[in-house]
Write a protein that binds this ligand. Structure first.
Ligand SMILES: [Zn+2]
Ligand SMILES: [Zn+2]
Length: 246
């Protein structure tokens, strides 16, 4: 059975560390026949690549302009927020959410937290220390707190930077209707985690995490994972089956 993506909510542009403009991403998505393209540049507290708050209005204006030029596709402005500490806090102020059509979030290296101590502890731990079982549970708690606290759509690339307790994360996502991402570059679930995802009630989404227009809707890595572990395709919200089993 083969499938293709109908929507890509995880793409980067020159507003963070992508190489394409918003329009180049949109044009590529149109070429591919996607129904929806989301722009989701890195959140504000990413040390090197975060979107500048003062640029958001410019991004929004560009999205509005492109909606008129490309009426055949839904164009959304999202953000890939950062989980910045163990308290479930994102680099989003309450008023930021109104400026985006959706918010996806995950953990990244080199992000600012609330204060120097907070940021230093979290970043250094993630960078330098081998994650203990206890730390993995703490990080999972933090993901869950964020899911409960903020209006988020997707948890991106779980296991990246620090492994997570997939069972607990998936249960929390199912309860809140938050999607778990199979990331275009980093789908790194263990066999046990894959089984926990299947056994949960969570739904999934594929995100290319494209940093260039040519990689939009590129999903060979998640596809391999999905096939290997027989992930039920009807639980993945942004695909269309293109070929039935013969
Ligand atoms: Zn990311
Ligand atoms: Zn990303």
């Amino acid at each position: 059975m083969d499938f293709k993506m109908t929507a890509d909510y995880h793409t980067h542009t020159i507003y963070s560390d992508g190489v394409g403009t918003i329009e180049e991403n949109v044009a590529r998505a149109v070429e591919l026949g996607l129904k929806t393209i989301g722009i989701s540049d890195h959140g504000f507290n990413h040390v090197k690549n975060g979107v500048k708050r003062e640029k958001v209005a410019e991004m929004r204006a560009e999205i509005e302009r492109l909606r008129k030029v490309y009426p055949q596709i839904e164009i959304l402005l999202g953000i890939e927020a950062n989980l910045v500490n163990l308290n479930g806090e994102l680099d989003m102020k309450p008023e930021d959410f109104a400026n985006f059509d959706y918010c996806i979030f995950g953990i990244h290296y080199f992000t600012y937290g609330k204060g120097v101590k907070d940021s230093f502890k979290f970043n250094m731990h993630n960078l330098l220390l081998k994650p203990t079982k206890k730390y993995i549970e703490k990080v999972t708690d933090s993901y869950i707190k964020a899911i409960e606290k903020y209006p988020v759509k997707v948890v991106v690339h779980p296991n990246y930077v620090v492994p997570v307790n997939t069972k607990r994360l998936a249960d929390a996502c199912a309860k809140k209707g938050v999607l778990i991402e199979f990331n275009g570059k980093r789908t790194t679930f263990t066999p046990q985690q894959a089984q926990e995802l299947i056994d949960s009630k969570a739904k999934f989404i594929i995100g290319s995490d494209a940093h260039s227009p040519s990689r939009i809707a590129e999903c060979s890595v998640p596809k391999e994972f999905i096939e290997k572990y027989n992930i039920p395709l009807d639980r993945i919200v942004n695909i269309e089956v293109t070929e039935q089993n013969k």
